[in-house]
Design a protein around this ligand. Structure first.
Ligand code: HEM
Length: 195
């Protein structure tokens, strides 16, 4: 296996860990709609032996994912004589893709910073406070749109690498990403609308 293949595998593996975490996080966020379930979940989850290992796992996976992606990009641009003007079939200009990834990273890091500052016995109240602000709502919705675009693009690429590229598979991936994004967005939108 070449170094490039190894990096791609590492990036995909770390990306898979992050995707599994996202599904888990979205489902647990949905428990917001039942106050007792939400409070019970965070009471259990915020015990040091669960919360910190999960956060450490997410940060390590994020670091590995980004590091491998940067290394692959550098290698690809060195190998290329003429630079790509467009990133892929969707004809998104490459600088825009880079910008969206930087914005996604900023969103994730700001969000983690925000959760580190909250009072863990008042998680529900913190969510109510965050999303009573239209700016915060817009910040999260923008982050979620960028995340959805990133997932759509990368999951289709992973399937293509595995030799799967039927319209049916692309449609299933799009549906899964829309469900994940809508699940995440439902809580802030609900709070903002009912605040
Ligand atoms: C509307 C969307 C989201 C809401 C309302 C939300 C809410 C929260 C809350 C309340 C916590 C604190 C949990 C605690 O008490 O420890 C948290 C933690 C966290 N969130 Fe989110 N989140 C959202 C989207 C995301 C997204 C899209 C990502 C990743 C791309 C993400 C990554 C994390 C991470 C890494 C943590 C820290 C680890 C943890 O405590 O589980 N979140 N989120």
């Amino acid at each position: 296996m070449t170094l490039l293949q190894l990096r791609k595998r590492t990036m995909t593996l770390a990306g898979t860990v992050l995707t599994v975490y996202l599904i888990f996080h979205m489902l647990t966020n949905l428990s917001f709609f039942s106050a007792p379930a939400f409070e019970h979940f965070y009471e259990v989850y915020n015990q040091a032996w669960i919360r910190w290992p999960v956060l450490a796992l997410v940060l390590i996976a994020l670091f590995i994912h980004v590091k491998a992606a940067v290394a692959i990009r550098i290698k690809n641009s060195q190998a290329r004589q003429v630079g790509y003007k467009k990133h892929d079939k969707l004809h998104i200009p490459a600088p825009l893709v880079t910008l969206s990834i930087i914005l996604l990273l900023i969103f994730i890091l700001v969000h983690i910073g925000q959760t580190l500052m909250l009072d863990t016995s008042q998680v529900r109240q913190a969510m109510l406070d965050w999303f009573s602000s239209a700016w915060m709502l817009l910040f999260y919705l923008a982050g979620l749109v960028i995340l959805a675009m990133h997932l759509l693009h990368s999951l289709v690429n992973v399937l293509q690498t595995l030799g799967v590229s039927s319209n049916m598979h692309r449609l299933s991936i799009s549906a899964a990403v829309v469900i994940l994004t809508a699940g995440f967005a439902s809580v802030p939108v609900y709070i903002w609308m009912t605040a």
